[in-house]
Design a protein around this ligand. Structure first.
Ligand code: SF4
Ligand code: SF4
Length: 497
């Protein structure tokens, strides 16, 4: 056993209101600089939709992630040989149009325009070239418009849905969508780290945060191709790649990352997970159908005597072990099993888990387009869902519908149990049946309800402050390093180096 600690996250999708506060908080701290205008380390997309950058989930286009190769895995589009062949031209990179051309407005026109009959307007100008642009897309271009033909129809997750199943979703009156906020997953088997020819990417030992050493980065951009979530970006101004740093200067002082701190829907949870690094290879290379279970098994019980002993042997501080015991992520992922990884089939073993959304799915629509959320009592059974199970399975369980259904059954049981507790208008048998089907009991249902709905800040974010003696970065004056290039350069980079 080689126990390590990992800062992990849960996003509860039923609670996300798509307000983008998280994205803006991140943007204002880290990517409001030249060369980083188009970067959204945190972005929120509408699903169904094509996301940011466009169709990032389609690895036939972008060749990201790992593929099973016998008993092991290899990078789909990067790696030594492929990297060497493509070293001066990487054909699988998203281009600026796949993200969007960042723009601002020529506000001075509002003041300087000559007198005339028309109200002056501020024209959009490119933040890259400074020339006027005809704005064609943006990072949240498909917001709330998931049913539009350009976006929802091109969602990669529809590939396994039959024609009629897809069509039924695209009719406006049947349209259904939810939000999917995304940041770097700080994976256990990060394809970005595996692909970098310069060894610039690394995973921090103390908390598992994946970072890019800006001084070592040589702009090969293999990480941009290799990350299947497209969470590594190229800065055209500095000639270096950058990515989400999980606000590590904040984490080190026990504070939640900015996106999480500012989240209006309080959908975000962050905590420590202990895992067995000896099993990474086995998880990454297992059969697709076992991916979710094997990943769940890699995380260990922080209360087990053996785990605590082995963790201490590996130098994990007691404060970190205590944080792992109180971790909300541990509860959602391991104890209650209601949070799942996004696209486990990319085999990077992501550490950001999602509680799948019930709301877009909770009712059926009849042939007259009437939204029907009533059943014999109150809620539709999960089999009458509007959003096909296959779609959610494609997002979170590599296509396994049973796994998604098990999670939704438990979430439904919590709703039914709480309705019974607060209003008391449901037949006893129905409540008992729901709890049995959801494989839960009143005590667990109450705990899920509490952490989902009433959790305090300290319950949502259980972060052990760094031990100053262990953390190299902590001896830097953070305010001095921030500003020029996010967080990384100690010396000013020259373009292209
Ligand atoms: S999400 Fe992408 S950038 Fe982040 S650690 Fe995983 S592979 Fe690397
Ligand atoms: S701030 Fe929270 S609720 Fe708002 S979009 Fe971001 S994740 Fe969703």
């Amino acid at each position: 056993m080689d126990i390590r600690s990992q800062v992990s996250m849960v996003f509860h999708l039923d609670k996300c209101i798509g307000c983008h506060t998280c994205s803006i908080a991140c943007k204002n701290i880290w990517t409001d600089r030249k060369g980083a205008e188009y970067m959204w380390w945190n972005n929120v997309e509408t699903k169904p939709g094509t996301g940011y950058p466009t169709k990032w989930e389609d690895q036939e286009i972008y060749q990201g992630g790992w593929v099973k190769n016998g008993d092991t895995v290899s990078l789909k589009g990067a790696g030594k040989l492929k990297g060497l062949k493509n070293i001066f031209h990487n054909p699988h990179m998203p281009v600026l149009d796949d993200y969007y051309e960042p723009w601002t407005y020529k506000y001075s026109d509002l003041f300087d325009a000559p007198e005339g009959d028309d109200q002056p307007t501020a024209r959009p100008v490119s933040l890259v070239t400074g020339k006027p642009v005809d704005v064609q897309s943006g990072p949240n271009w498909d917001d709330d418009l998931s049913g539009s033909p350009d976006y929802a129809r091109n969602d990669v997750n529809f590939k396994d849905l039959s024609g009629p199943e897809q069509e039924s979703l695209f009719q406006l009156e049947r349209m259904t969508f939810h939000y999917l906020p995304r940041i770097c997953n700080h994976c256990l088997n990060p394809a970005c780290v595996g692909s970098c020819p310069s060894g610039a990417l690394y995973k921090r030992g103390e908390d598992g945060v994946v970072l890019i050493n800006q001084e070592r980065c040589r702009a090969w951009r293999m990480c941009v191709t290799a990350c299947p979530y497209k969470k590594s970006y190229y800065n055209w101004n500095t000639g270096k790649s950058e990515k989400c740093i999980l606000c590590y200067p904040r984490l080190e002082s026990g504070q939640a990352p900015a996106c999480m701190h500012s989240c209006v829907g309080r959908i975000r949870y962050l905590g420590v997970m202990l895992y067995d690094a000896d099993k990474i290879h086995e998880v990454a290379s297992c059969d697709e159908k076992d991916l979710v279970d094997k990943q769940m098994a890699i995380y260990l019980d922080p209360f087990s005597e053996e785990v605590i002993r082995e963790a201490r042997k590996n130098g994990i501080a007691d404060s970190t072990i205590r944080a792992a015991q109180q971790s909300p992520v541990y509860k959602f992922v391991k104890k209650w099993k209601i949070a799942l990884p996004l696209h486990p089939e990319f085999r990077t073993i992501p550490n950001l888990f999602y509680v799948p959304p019930m709301l877009p799915a909770m009712a059926s629509v009849d042939s007259d387009g009437i939204y029907d959320s009533t059943t014999k009592s109150l809620w539709a059974g999960i089999d009458q869902y509007r959003l096909p199970m296959k779609y959610l399975a494609s997002l979170f369980t590599a296509g396994n519908e049973e796994k998604i259904k098990a999670v939704l059954r438990k979430l439904l049981a919590v709703k039914i149990h709480r309705r019974n507790e607060t209003v008391g208008d449901l037949p006893k048998e129905e409540v008992e049946e729901a709890l049995a089907q959801g494989n839960t009991d009143p005590k667990e249902a109450d705990s899920i309800f509490r952490l989902t709905s009433l959790a305090t800040f300290d319950e949502r974010f259980v972060i052990p402050a760094a031990h100053r003696e262990e953390s190299l970065e902590m001896i830097e004056a953070t305010a001095d390093a921030k500003g020029e290039t996010g967080f990384g350069f100690k010396i000013r980079p020259a373009r292209g180096l």
